[in-house]
Design a protein. Sequence first.
Length: 557
Amino acid sequence: MTVSKPPVSNFIRSEIEADLAAGRYARIRTRFPPEPNGYLHFGHAKSICLNFGLARDYGGVCHLRFDDTNPEKEEQEYVEAIIEAVRWLGFDWGPHLYYASNYFPQMYAFAEKLIEAGLAYIDSQSPEEIRINRGTLTEPGKNSPYRERTPQESLELFRRMRAGEFPEGAHVLRAKIDMASPNLNLRDPVLYRIKHARHHNTGDAWCIYPMYTYAHPIEDALEGITHSICTLEFEDQRPFYDWLLENLADLGCVTRPLPRQIEFARLNLSHVVLSKRKLIQLVEGGHVSGWDDPRMPTLLAARRRGYAPEGFHRFAEMIGVAKADAVIDYGVFEACQRDVLNEISPRRIAVLDPLRLIIDNYPEAAHEECLAPNHPQKPDWGKRRLPFSRELWIEREDYQENPPAGYFRLFPGNRVRLRYGYVIECLGAEKDEKGRILAVHARYFPDSKSGTPGADAYKVKGNIHWLCARSAQRATVRLFDRLFSVPNPGAERDFLLDLNPQSLTSFSAFVEPELAAAQAEQRFQFERHGYFVVDAKDSTPGAPVFNRTVTLKESWK
Ligand code: ATP
Ligand code: MG
């Protein structure tokens, strides 16, 4: 699969361009608003690339805002991991790092204004009564018996809620809109509830907390966001978003122009789960080694796996944004990564399944060097020296005693080129008593060395990679298969039953001598095997562990 040029426009860009042309906003301002209750995943990367990308493309600004209004679930550990992940993706928010919880005083003050204006009231129904009286999609809701409370009475109760005089569930603050609205979100939505909980940022300062639907529009307005881009499930919330901000603007709480909410379809990827709840189950159930297990769809894991940030950018551009949910084939993501990795990865040689090759007519004590380009399309990256001697390692699959038609590699009597080295002719193999092949024998043609005059006179169809057995180094190599064996895990049964039992293979292989000194996060293409990265966690000095990021060609289906 090759990656086509990214689409130049999409509906969000059109809307932004129209807003700028109409003079609605002078400069665009977007935000990425994660809740610090988990690690970022590939879906978040789409949202990050979208929001930061729009700001970049239209000369605007993108804020990083922690949507930390819920006291119970949030942790500092996630805040740090999120900051690092967004940086790793290559984005910069400058001074615009915000915490929604810092706006609690304004949110509270605005709530009092809404009460005074008769736009909100304290409801003292039980949570159960509130739920029942909300009605259904086909039946209108019923007004609360407390709905006509005077603003003074509601205000006093609200202040007492804040002072901690009531237990959880005793009262809530609700917007006064329309209990008969066909949109359930406009049936007097709850704005504040009592929660006697400690908050990671504000400590014990508050025992009432704003609901997300109330807090989010205010956060956007206070920061001067112009385009509040979110996923489709918030579409039905947009009327409330606008109702709230229009009223707060009329009350002088926030200034115009107000932000606009625009929804897009969230990212769904085949063979991958992105729900936080399911990712937690994978970690806690020990199905993966942690949040950074290279098979996980988190950005922490992506980094360890060797995926390139630019590959995420390319992917986000490539899939664009849509108004309808769809599932993107994981192969599309991999194709984007390959395109980027091809550009940035020096070539090296690794023999993953070694078989000894002995060149009978090469003197035992002799050795020499062959020159191999570091990148076939980038001569300025130079060449490196590959040691060559009588005994080499080749891939076991590059020899077959009885080859099928179309097999051009080693078999008795056949000639192949040892890539960057000599042409050899296969003489046969040594076997043990069980018939297992122990070593392949060949003879070489001294005048066939690559790069020397006359080398081109040898015409061969096969070209195999190899390493000098005397100098090759051992290294651990890990290959990954998809974590789930079906495209839509959990569609038919518990998603854990869809785990692919063979998603990880780890073994010892041979690599070029200099690779023993490879540093964490260095990337290479191992010729014919794919793109690899030095694992940042399990490698030790002199003993790198290589993770395969992706194969060279699409190999899954
Ligand atoms: P939660 O259910 O806990 O809210 P969430 O995945 O929505 O989970 P947030 O931290 O609230 O997590 O998400 C931050 C931002 O990332 C939001 O703007 C959200 O719309 C966006 N986002 C989350 N998942 C995806 C996805 N799969 N595709 C695109 N954007 C996403
Ligand atoms: Mg969310």
